[in-house]
Design a protein around this ligand. Structure first.
Ligand code: 13P
Length: 254
């Protein structure tokens, strides 16, 4: 089964609208001829409508960085799937470790967000990953498995083509410390086994599992070469066109 690699830039809380537009214009021009890899960018919510508009008619997808589980009602500060689709997003990242760590996202809440995003027609990039203490305590696979089970609760088999999982070890995010390709592959293979248990072996073979955590041009190729690593979720290195383009090119045709 060949899965089309997917490389997504998570810009987090960075860039003004003008800076976001400058970056996507460069990506749009420089990636036009790059085939065999799917590309997405996740700008801040305020820049998202302008970015989505600028990318109209291109294969580069626009993703939100989060997605609430309701699309209406008294939920001050939240934005749901209907609003994201209306703004031009086609994907949403859910369960990012920064949301879990700093904004109280629970496994159960992440499951609700994943279901809501997929049910509304968005693609969902469900993030899982262990902390350093959990890894040192030998609990990596158990933690990831628990996050995955809760994140996928109620996910319908019909949504599988729009489901992506991202493995982001918390200790590798923004630290410059990347999981080795072998360390990442071990967890990716485990995730795929659990996806098979939950959604069936054939479906699991089609689901892209991205790696995230200090992905750079210098390590992108070795990571994507692993059997179960199907792309990357890039933070810091996605803020510079040249670095992000190099990472996209490293994923091409694998
Ligand atoms: P860095 O690439 O900056 O480590 O961030 C990874 C990440 O959290 C992407 O979602």
């Amino acid at each position: 089964m060949s899965r089309v690699p997917f490389v997504v830039g998570n810009w987090k809380l960075n860039k003004t609208i003008a800076e976001a537009l400058a970056l996507v214009t460069e990506l749009k021009n420089q990636l036009a001829a790059v085939k065999g890899v799917q590309v997405g960018v996740a700008p801040t919510l305020v820049a998202l409508p302008a970015v989505a508009k600028r990318l109209e008619g291109t294969p580069i997808a626009t993703s939100a960085q989060d997605c609430f589980w309701e699309s209406g009602g008294a939920w001050t500060g939240e934005v749901g799937p209907a609003q994201l689709l209306d703004a031009g997003a086609t994907w949403a990242i859910v369960g990012h470790s920064e949301r879990r760590q700093f904004f109280g996202d629970t496994n159960e809440g992440v499951g609700k967000k994943t279901r809501a995003a997929l049910a509304a027609g968005l693609g969902a990039i469900l993030c899982v990953g262990e902390t350093l203490a959990e890894r040192d305590g030998g609990r990596t696979l158990a933690v990831v498995e628990e996050q995955l089970a809760a994140g996928l609760a109620g996910v319908d088999a019909a949504w599988v083509p729009r489901l992506v999982v991202a493995y982001e070890p918390v200790w590798a995010i923004g630290t410059g410390r990347t999981a080795t390709p072998a360390q990442a592959q071990e967890v990716h293979a485990h995730i795929r086994r659990r996806l098979a248990d939950r959604l069936g072996a054939a479906a699991a073979e089609t689901i892209r599992i991205l790696y995230g955590g200090s992905v750079k041009p210098s390590n992108a190729e070795a990571l994507i070469a692993e059997k179960d690593i199907d792309g990357s979720l890039v933070g810091g290195a996605s803020l510079e066109a040249a670095d992000f383009i190099a990472i996209v090119k490293a994923a091409r045709g694998t």
